[in-house]
Design a protein around this ligand. Structure first.
Ligand SMILES: [Zn+2]
Length: 333
């Protein structure tokens, strides 16, 4: 069991209340978590993906570097881009993989913050509803995982979206894998609803920074490459509502890619454990600014007008840094 400060317990309690209240609201709206920030107009957080392997494949080493950076930045929370538990998600709410890959790995004081997570394709191979169960918060109160939801952190709103059902191949050619599609079928209606809810939430957002996060890439130079259905169905919405960043995992690497038609930046953080695939066929693309074929994670530091993104490798070294003011970002286009 994780140890908590009094403040983090109070925070978790408040988030739980917000969760209950927003659960009762209309079903056509994404659930929204109001995350109180430090009150100084800044927001700092870490982004990690593709991680839960009971500490193996350098997961524990990445965790140690997250501890150090999390402390230095006094982070507000952690975002997970999915594929939280390998190889096949959780078998149920009592699966020891939850404690062995999450609670017992990210033990540092600086990481005792809320972890907001989406599901990845591997998470759909287990008991998909286990990771979504509020019961897990009794084991480790940091854990918040829903299919799609919004984190309202004052200067930024983060729109967490469930992208796995958009990949048709998991339905048509599942190979030896058994997916748990409870709550997703019929697929077309589910996808239409995700897009409708996302568009509604984006249209109502007044946040300075709009961030959309899913498991699968829109743009990636890594093994899986671009996800065409997300290019077709998500990208126009993200451009229309001036989304600043799209963050994802799935490819086990770190990437920074720019949209060619808008200020949108694609930030890939899927390097929480197993990496070094050696599959970098797309890295010479003009839109790719950074590609790291190894373990690591990303930090995001926001003020109302400035954003700084940093990518760290397994040794904690900053491998890529990107800084832009909101004014420049939009006036440059
Ligand atoms: Zn994946």
């Amino acid at each position: 069991m994780a140890k908590f400060s009094k403040n983090s317990m109070v925070l978790c309690f408040l988030v739980a209340i917000v969760f209950v209240i927003s659960s009762a609201s209309a079903s056509t709206r994404l659930k929204k978590f109001d995350h109180p920030t430090k009150g100084d107009g800044t927001l700092n957080f870490l982004v990690i993906g593709d991680w839960g392997r009971r500490g193996t494949y350098n997961q524990s080493h990445v965790a140690r570097q997250m501890e150090r950076v999390g402390e230095k930045l006094d982070i507000d929370f952690v975002l997970s881009t999915g594929d939280n538990f390998y190889d096949n998600g959780l078998t149920g709410i009592h699966d020891s993989n939850f404690v062995e890959s999450f609670t017992n790995i990210y033990t540092a004081k600086s990481l005792q913050k809320q972890w907001y997570s989406v599901l990845g394709n591997h998470d759909y191979r287990g008991d998909v509803e286990a990771q979504l169960s509020p019961y897990l918060r009794k084991i480790d109160s940091r854990w918040v995982c829903l299919r799609s939801f919004v984190v309202n952190a004052e200067i930024a709103e983060i729109f967490m979206v469930d992208t796995t059902p958009f990949e048709e191949k998991y339905f048509t050619t599942p190979k030896d894998h058994i997916y748990d599609w409870r709550g997703v079928l019929p697929r077309q209606a589910y996808m239409a609803n995700v897009l409708k809810e996302l568009e509604k939430a984006l249209s109502e957002s007044t946040a300075k920074w709009k961030i959309v996060l899913g498991h699968h890439a829109i743009r990636s130079a890594g093994h899986h490459g671009d996800t065409q259905i997300l290019v077709d169905r998500f990208l126009p919405i993200l451009r229309k509502y001036d989304v600043d960043f799209y963050m994802n995992g799935h490819d086990h690497c770190l990437e920074h890619i720019s949209d060619t038609e808008s200020p949108l930046q694609f930030l890939v953080s899927g390097a929480g454990s197993k990496a070094w695939r050696g599959d970098t066929k797309g890295i010479n693309r003009d839109d790719v600014h950074f590609f790291h074929d190894g373990q690591g994670f990303m930090s995001v530091e926001l003020t109302p007008t400035e954003a700084e993104i940093k990518y760290y490798d397994v040794f904690g070294s900053v491998r890529h840094r990107w800084n832009r003011s909101k004014l420049l970002l939009h006036s440059a286009m």
